[in-house]
Design a protein around this ligand. Structure first.
Ligand code: GLA
Length: 461
């Protein structure tokens, strides 16, 4: 039996263990599927995806597996092998009401809602699923998207629904906004479209990917700061604030440059591809104060639109409405400078990685971290210390990866040097910041692995 890439003996054994649990709750002849979706580490292109600008991540060899069997209840029954995540059960309906903010199963609901919205005309069957994951949660490696993707594709399999992978990625990216994070589509795209030994150069609107072979002499050391980056709490507020700041910068720039209908910085970059980041930042500086009040009044004046309309467009409504801290001004110039210069770095990174020029790739990663720390202000003291310890150990470049505010870093190394980088991280970071903890499970050399897939476990039992 030929299995899709990623289903090695170990992954298959994990799925079979989960299947034992699922079989207990469904009839003997139920068809059983196993969906596997990897987490990701982003090499460069941070906080660019929701501006519709490119990113360069890899899917990693850590995954979430969902084993699913059809049931007869029109309900989704969810359990997780990790007791930290309690079992849940909810009905399939046109508009599924979310659990309280922060509930892990909202990612399951997001996936189901996404499939319901996409296949609106279909009558969908319920399923019982068991989830098991080796992607560490809240560590910036996108365990949430691994869960959403694996749930969505298992639900599609149960219902005999098929989509091209690129369409699935677009669907799931949209669906994850259900949890209230106004994210871009990077995590879902790379989890679905990832390729073994390759990084993906991903562009948006519309979604396109180009696989770039990872140079054989490169190693990726990924280290968890143990500073929890929980996307449903404080990090979500910080993240959504950045989404608003970037969109405001784009609108002001669009108006200054006489462009119609600009909503995100990608609209500007695509309309005027010959203007450099430096040019664009200069134009923005001439058209906008560096900071704007969070009530959007001043912003509406600068843009010549009504405050109410701007509020509705930028902050949305209901459960996914973005609440801005009224006491902090919105940073316009710094955020735009990060996104626009990061875009130039990502494009250069794709070229230098393809050419195997690891030194240059490392320098771009270092510059990315500096920009994230200074202009995007999503690094932390601990992330900076972790990055420093990797560099001291000889990493060619190191940066925070994912949304930041905690979570993980990624360090690019010459493969023979990975051990020295890890040693330096252990001594320079873990000994100081997590004394007593054994660092073995917190940092590792991770490899670019394949994207998500589903297998029929009734056949592969
Ligand atoms: C999170 C989001 C992504 C992306 C990154 C920052 O991981 O889910 O869409 O915006 O942050 O690059």
């Amino acid at each position: 039996m030929n299995l899709p890439d990623g289903w090695d003996a170990e992954e298959l054994a994990r799925a079979k263990r989960l299947a034992v649990q699922v079989r207990a709750s469904v009839s003997d002849d139920a068809q059983i599927f196993a969906a596997r979706a990897p987490g990701r580490v982003n090499l460069i292109g941070e906080h660019t995806d929701y501006s519709g600008l490119p990113v360069l991540p890899v899917a990693i060899d850590r995954s979430t597996i969902v084993v699913a069997a059809a049931n007869t209840t029109r309900e989704i029954e969810v359990s997780n092998v990790d007791p930290a995540w309690p079992s849940r059960r909810f009905a399939i309906e046109r508009q599924i009401p979310p659990y309280a903010t922060g509930d892990w199963a909202n990612y399951v609901k997001a996936a189901i809602q996404g499939v319901i919205d996409h296949f609106a005309a279909r009558q969908l069957r319920g399923m019982s699923i068991v989830v098991g994951s080796t992607v560490p949660p809240a560590s910036g490696l996108s365990s949430s998207s691994a869960l959403t993707v694996s749930t969505a594709i298992s639900f599609m399999a149960i219902n005999g629904l098929e989509l091209e992978p690129i369409e699935t990625a677009t669907m799931v990216a949209r669906s994850e906004r259900y949890v209230g994070t106004h994210g871009g589509g990077m995590d879902q795209a790379v989890s679905i479209l990832g390729r073994r030994d390759h990084a993906l150069f991903i562009e948006f609107d519309p979604l396109r990917v180009r696989a770039i072979k990872m140079p054989a002499n490169a190693a990726l050391v990924v280290a968890d700061s143990q500073e929890v980056a929980d996307k449903s709490g404080k990090v979500r507020a910080e993240y959504n604030r950045r989404v608003v700041e970037c969109s405001l910068a784009a609108r002001i720039l669009g108006r200054a440059l006489d462009l119609d209908g600009v909503k995100i910085l990608g609209d500007v970059v695509r309309a005027l591809p010959n203007l450099s980041a430096a040019n664009l930042v200069e134009k923005l500086a001439g058209a906008s104060p560096q900071r704007l009040d969070p009530d959007l009044k001043e912003a509406a004046n600068v843009l010549g639109v009504s405050q109410m309309k701007l509020d509705a467009e930028l902050l949305g409504h209901d459960s996914t409405r973005i609440e801005l801290d009224p006491n902090r001004p919105l940073e316009i110039l710094k955020r735009a400078r990060h996104v626009l210069t990061e875009t130039e770095r990502v494009i250069r990174a794709a070229g230098v990685l393809e050419a195997g020029r690891l030194d240059e790739m490392g320098k771009l990663m270092n510059a990315s971290h500096a920009s994230l720390a200074q202009d995007f202000q999503c690094s932390t003291h601990r992330l900076d210390a972790l990055v420093e310890s990797a560099r001291r150990g000889g990493a060619l470049g190191a940066r925070l990866t994912g949304a930041g505010f905690g979570g993980s870093i990624v360090a690019l190394c010459d493969a023979p040097n990975a051990g020295a980088v890890i040693e330096s991280i252990d001594r320079g970071y873990y000994e100081k910041f997590t004394p007593g903890a054994s660092p073995e499970n917190l940092r590792a050399v991770l490899h670019a692995g394949p994207g998500a897939s589903v297998i029929d476990l009734s056949v592969n039992a």
